[in-house]
Design a protein around this ligand. Sequence first.
Ligand SMILES: Nc1ncnc2c1ncn2[C@@H]1O[C@H](COP(=O)(O)OP(=O)(O)OP(=O)(O)O)[C@@H](O)[C@H]1O
Ligand SMILES: [Mg+2]
Length: 482
Amino acid sequence: MTDIEQSNGDVLLYVSHLKKYFDISKSGFRTTGHVRAVDDVTFTLNSNETLGVVGETGCGKTTLGRLILKLLDSTDGNVYFNLPRGVLDKIMQLERELELLGETKNEESEKRTKSIVKELGEINKEYSLTKIRSGKMKKYRKDMQPVFQDPFSSLDPRQIIRDVLAEPMKLLTDMKGEEILGRSMNLIGEVGLSEDHLYRFPHEFSGGQRQRIGIARAISIEPKLLVLDEPTSALDVSVQAQILNLLKDLQEQKNLTFIFISHHLNVIRLMSDKVAVMYLGKIVELADTETLFTNMLHPYTEALLSAIPLPDPKVARSRIILEGEVPNPANPPKGCHFHPRCKYAMTNCGWSPRDFVMPLQEMLEPLRVKESNILPATKEILTDESSNSIEVVFETGINSQQFETFKGMLNESASKTNGVRFRAITSISLSQTGSSIVIAIKESDVPRLKEIKPGHYVSCLMYEKGAESTGIRGSNVNPATG
Ligand SMILES: Nc1ncnc2c1ncn2[C@@H]1O[C@H](COP(=O)(O)OP(=O)(O)OP(=O)(O)O)[C@@H](O)[C@H]1O
Ligand SMILES: [Mg+2]
């Protein structure tokens, strides 16, 4: 395991290094890349707690929920559910040891690594939901149920509610006719509807009532965990509040554990004991709700919380507004995925050649910047991600004075508060041909989710030892060009 070491308490769910990479195929059959929808997610969740999962669209919330429920197969990683205490402790201890062994390389450590991998492999075949045989999954299916935004989207519109509710009980329990009907009558009351509703069709219900039925169906087989994916996002605000209250009441009465997915921050705050903030497949911050909302540490969380959702009644889901676009998840930014949008970004956060193309084009466009008039026209800007360098090719050869001018322009950009990417430049050199300039960029670091304060996990290089001052606090010295 990583730094998530909450092995105390009553852990119901332990998600360890979970990954889901979707293949991308351009021509329909050949895989040309991957979308890292969920990328190394680790957390624990105690019984009777609610973990809120929040983040912009496409960051992997739904995929994470579906992986936990095994509605989707994972690419890698493990999901442990309701394990005997001793087994869970053993897994965590082995994972911790494996991690420490990764830092030393010798014959003995390699031998021990092999033996731990083997031991974990055996345990996982028996206990990890991502590894067990499908026949064994039935016993878990009963204990974990989904609640979706539109509970009826996948159901037969010709079924009356009595049959809708009966289905999971028939499938996953030994209950029979009368018993199932009796339970359905209780359930319908528990979610605030009446018995005659059992004999109506889905289309006869309002959105709120449909979600009540969705909840009744999910709890019909007495699960321990509910994965609620935007359960109220399609509802009017007043109805939303009723459903949220119902969920809270049911949680208390039935000792339920929730994973509550939403990009509605107020709803997350209201419902969650702790909150995981996701960005491009990764958890970037995880803390108890109050801490996260009042004392957030990750720049992405800060941006997310300061953004105001658009209240447009015509739009079913309000979108989080944050400057800049969410990058393409098939080709995420290097280092920390958030660095291009981060106002505190440092020089080691992941700057790579592609981050320079636009700024260089702007800088060299003759009409915008007068210095560039004395440089020849730019022919092309070539990037080489593997050597972390950029080559600016000019139409004609350039002389040393022009080279100095160009260096001066880069230096000036580096001295600006928002010029952190230019401060990541390590060298600027004239090529052999004399008609291009090669810019090399510092190698980046990769942040990992770490416990910064007790129970408060953050994945950000600002909190690593020896972090440089940030763009905003402004160190204006460029080691390369200064
Ligand atoms: N079946 C699939 N095949 C390929 N890519 C997928 C598939 N399902 C999801 N993705 C991609 O995985 C990423 C995460 O998607 P996901 O639906 O989990 O995000 P989300 O956080 O739930 O977004 P939203 O807030 O819009 O519901 C996205 O880039 C999405 O396009
Ligand atoms: Mg989703």
